[in-house]
Design a protein. Structure first.
Lengths: 788, 168
């Protein structure tokens, strides 16, 4: 049971308030980017490359220009006149906006058609004739590193190979020594597949440049509007787009999941065209373009190793990664973290040493990869550690739950310094796993499994006990393009005691309009229903780095609490003045200050706010406003214990997820209903890559499943009935003890499912299958083992 | 060569000249400015554009506007009078946290409208299969199922209390 400090009428933390944003969405009154219609608006469509690697010999736009309604065909050469044909990626790599001579991946933008209607733009697109000279693409990331491999990035002066960067962390010598002498060493090669966020709303924008006011309003599907405004100013400042003349508006967003962090070429082209013609330009990609060209996620080839004793004590881990970034490193990581926060791969276990190394390569595939509902490569890390832990348990003949219990960091050992340099803030891993085991009747399931195995039936139980690392991040280490990863809140309380608060983040469905109001209600006692939350307009909201990587609650949520506490301090001063007592004589309860020992003498927050406008003490600044930019002292470390039960059909390989219990620990909970909803959704996005989703390319670089007809997003039928629960281990450094939760389930679910399926197959000597684990993969593995 | 059509949308009759190739979803969104109906894909897979045509739920991205000639169309804007009271399905989605980003929600609501018209008291499995032509990327579907169960109960006049365990 969650304890609440405020009444339901105030609706502070712990109340399952119904969401404030729902009324407009359930009545069809949301305002998504494609709903925006401006006078004189032009429409843009994009011609895309059918080839993965080709020279462009000719772009013939003559027929397209004859299509009624077509006003322009924009090529890379047109943009080159303004030096807008290239742009930086968030990882300081470079990317073509439109090509002048070569295309580097299938579905790459070749040129743009501008027309007076959506249909005319599409007609124009079909009428553009492009002549290509095909070249042999490099698709396999391992082959990309072969000495004789063609060098793809010839645009980079002096580039002699396809290697992008090398990254390492940990103590190699110490780790290698442990591996040399350990009783047991297990090693597993695994691939975390290239997948796509596939938010139901695709990406798009309306770029609206006013030639008279020299002002750009950019409505776009972005999770980070402020950073985008700065990027536009940096990239296009030379043509006169100065930052005070740029307003970025992120309207309602139909799901983001990291896919709406990057700047895609379509946005830049739309801005360039609007700038040139002085009319609004709308670009809305279709689903096929979205799946085929927008940033992918994952695509890590990992070799994981674990060393330990015969009785199951983990001693060391080693991880070697090959990261396939496609044509350019368009990851959306903090600048200093090539591999994101992959170094959380040491996991939830107490052992002394680890060494990790990663290399990144260019291939002729779309660029990426974004942090898909993941705090920068944590999903890859968690899959690696949780899979190799199971392999280790199998090797030493221990139950995977027992082995985890044996190796967990103990709750009294927090803050805990990890072998790769993180300081885990808090956790109680034993309690989480025990709760999950009790909820699912782990002992009973193992008994049932033993009986089924005697009959030759395949049942598996899989565990994942993950540690997340979110809330990027402390300014000493975390920035994006140099901008520190703080976030912000500005609270303005009106004379009648009702408030508006604005944030540097941007909800894409997470429910900020409700949860931020609850944080402020908790701190000030103003009812959450009287607090309006706004985000996404750079003209009004304070600067922040946006919403992704489960960072909103850890950063902007903290900013809201700190800003509200500044206001409470002011309220105390005003109350003392009104009640004619010393500030020290006052005590606070949610919503009012009263005099100690004389509770009948009190002032409500509403009375105090009114006084701040009508009767404030002389010498005090009038009004009731506060702003705070919160720079977190550390990251937060949510955790979870997930257990999955599967039944596998030996003849067909069909997998039925019978039960899935998820116990999450995200510290103090702001709104249990919303946290549970986030967990449900994340779990479905976890089963997706575990069993269904992967972007598949053939050797010519053709995508084989680039539409929603063959890229299998789970429906309500594939999605199990999730069973959820929680433990509460507050973050000691966060103002409200919260940790963030959005990504935990996406991160934690895949290894639980994979471990369950492998567990089901383990009697036949099967020790690993790469995700997505499809019935065919299972059937094939069983056939190879001679199972009939 | 434009064609003249007459369609009744949410009870209002419109007579319009349209291109024969105009998709019904574009008629709804761009000609009639009813932007509650969304577009999520180009392969009739996601269901974000689901509406009712003569009471049957259809994906309006794969129907031509001219095919709607003489038909009655219902969109999310027509589910309940503006300003309330909400339709039991809308209420169910809000009460049970059946939406996050809201993009799939109008399509889900329209699909569920027909589902409950055909089967006023569906089982959980019938609901899951019944909405399997509509994708939601945010919610994991548990709460959408609960929302439809809630509406089903309310429309049948039985108590709507949730039988699901709390987030314990």
């Amino acid at each position: 049971m969650i304890q609440c400090k405020t009444s339901k009428a105030i609706g502070g933390m712990g109340h399952s308030l119904k969401r404030k944003e729902d009324d407009r969405f359930i009545q069809g009154k949301g305002n998504y980017v494609d709903d925006i219609k401006l006078p004189g608006m032009l429409y843009m469509d994009i011609v895309r490359s059918p080839y993965a690697y080709a020279k462009i010999l000719k772009i013939d736009s003559e027929a397209a220009m004859k299509v009624p309604g077509v006003v322009a065909v924009i090529t890379g050469k047109d943009l080159a006149q303004y030096n807008l044909h290239w742009m930086p990626t968030l990882m300081s790599d470079t990317q073509m906006v439109l090509p002048t001579d070569t295309v580097m991946y299938q579905a790459q933008e070749v040129c743009a058609v501008i027309a007076t209607s959506r249909y005319a733009a599409r007609d124009g697109r079909e009428a553009v004739r492009v002549e290509y000279e095909k070249m042999k693409p490099v698709i396999d990331p391992y082959k990309a590193l072969d000495p004789g491999a063609p060098v793809l990035r010839t645009d980079k002066e002096g580039k002699k190979d396809n290697h992008i960067w090398n990254w390492k962390v940990g103590d190699k010598e110490k780790t290698d020594k442990v591996f040399e002498t350990a009783d047991v060493v297990v090693k597993q090669q695994m691939h975390i597949p290239r997948i796509h966020v596939a938010s139901i709303e695709t990406c798009g924008c309306v770029a609206d440049y006013d030639k008279v006011k020299h002002h750009l309003t950019m409505y776009m599907t972005t999770q980070a509007p402020h950073a985008i405004r700065t990027v536009i100013a940096l990239v296009a400042g030379h043509v006169g787009l100065s930052e005070e003349r740029i307003r970025v508006v992120s309207p309602d967003i139909g799901g983001g999941f990291g896919g709406k962090v990057p700047v895609y070429p379509g946005y830049v082209i739309a801005i360039a065209v609007s700038f040139l013609v002085g009319k609004p330009v709308k670009w809305i990609e279709d689903r096929t373009e979205n799946l085929q060209a927008d940033s992918f996620a994952r695509d890590y080839h990992i070799t994981a190793e674990m060393a330990g004793t015969k009785d199951g004590k983990i001693l060391a881990t080693r991880f070697k990664v090959l990261a396939d970034h496609g044509y350019t490193d368009a990851s959306a990581n903090p600048s200093k973290f090539n591999t994101g926060l992959f170094s959380i791969a040491t996991g939830s276990y107490d052992y002394g040493t680890s060494f990790m190394e990663a290399d990144a390569v260019y291939t002729n595939k779309p660029p990426g990869g974004v942090a898909y509902r993941c705090s920068f490569r944590v999903t890859e890390a968690v899959h690696a550690i949780e899979r190799i832990t199971d392999r280790f348990a199998l090797a030493v003949g221990k139950d995977p739950a027992e082995l985890r219990m044996q190796n967990f960091i103990k709750k009294e050992d927090f803050p805990w310094k990890s072998p790769t340099g993180w300081t885990y803030d808090s956790g109680d891993y034993h309690a989480g796993l025990q709760k999950a085991m009790d909820a699912i009747d782990y002992a009973g399931l193992r008994k049932e499994q033993a009986e089924k195995r005697k009959k030759g039936e395949l049942m598996g139980i899989g565990i994942s006990t993950f540690t997340e690392i979110v809330g990027a991040g402390p300014s000493k280490d975390f920035d994006i393009l140099g901008i520190k990863m703080f976030d912000s809140a500005e609270i303005r309380v009106h004379p009648t005691g009702k408030a508006i608060a604005r944030f540097g983040t941007k909800s894409q469905g997470q429910g900020h309009e409700t949860t931020y109001a609850q944080i402020i209600a908790e701190e000030l006692g103003i009812p959450a229903e009287n607090i309006q939350i706004e985000e996404g307009d750079t003209d009004t909201a304070p600067y922040g780095l946006g919403t992704y990587a489960s960072r909103s609650t850890p950063t902007a949520g903290a900013a809201a609490a700190v800003a509200a506490r500044k206001l409470r301090d002011k309220a105390r001063k005003i109350a003392a003045y009104l009640l004619e007592v010393s500030e020290d004589d006052l005590e606070w309860e949610p919503g009012k200050f009263s005099v100690k020992g004389a509770p009948e003498k009190s002032k409500t927050i509403q009375e105090i706010v009114f006084a701040s406008y009508t009767n404030h003490p002389q010498g005090m600044e009038a009004g009731f406003e506060a702003v705070h930019y919160y720079d977190p002292p550390n990251l937060t470390f949510p955790s979870g214990a997930y257990i999955c039960v599967v039944d596998v059909d030996k003849e067909t390989g069909a997998i039925n997820v019978r039960r899935f219990v998820a116990i999450d620990d995200c510290g103090h909970i702001i709104n249990p209903m919303i946290v549970q909803g986030q967990v449900h959704g994340g779990l479905t996005q976890g089963i997706a890559p575990a069993m269904y989703e992967e972007l598949i390319y053939d050797e010519d670089g053709n995508i084989l499943n680039g539409t929603l007809m063959d890229y299998l997003v789970p429906t309500a039928v594939e999605s199990p009935k999730w069973e959820t629960g929680h433990t509460v281990t507050p973050s000691p450094h966060h103002p409200i003890g919260a940790k963030g939760v959005g990504e935990s389930p996406t991160v934690g679910a895949p290894p639980a499912i994979a471990n369950a399926i492998v567990d089901a197959l383990s009697p036949y000597g099967i020790t690993h299958l790469d995700i997505p684990i499809t019935p065919f993969k299972v059937w094939k593995a069983l056939q190879e083992k001679g199972v009939k | 060569m434009n064609k003249q059509i007459t369609v009744t949308v949410n009870g209002t009759q419109h007579t319009l000249e349209v291109e024969p190739r105009l998709l019904l979803v574009h008629l709804i969104r761009e000609v009639l400015n009813l932007t509650g109906t969304h577009i999520g894909c180009d392969t009739t897979s996601c269901g974000a554009c689901t509406i009712l045509m003569d009471g049957k739920s259809i994906k309006s991205c794969t129907v031509l506007a001219v095919q709607a000639n003489g038909k009655a169309i219902s969109t999310v804007e027509g589910l309940a009078p503006e300003g309330g009271p909400l339709h039991p399905l809308q209420e169910g989605f809000k009460e049970n946290h059946g939406l996050h980003c809201g993009f799939c929600t109008p399509g889900m609501l329209m699909r569920a409208t027909e589902l409950l018209a055909d089967n006023p008291n569906p089982t959980e499995e019938e609901i899951r299969w019944g909405i399997s032509g509509n994708l939601c990327r945010c919610t994991g579907y548990n709460n959408i199922v609960k929302a439809i169960e809630y509406a089903s109960a309310k429309m049948r006049g039985v108590p709507t209390a949730s039988t699901e365990p709390e987030f314990v």
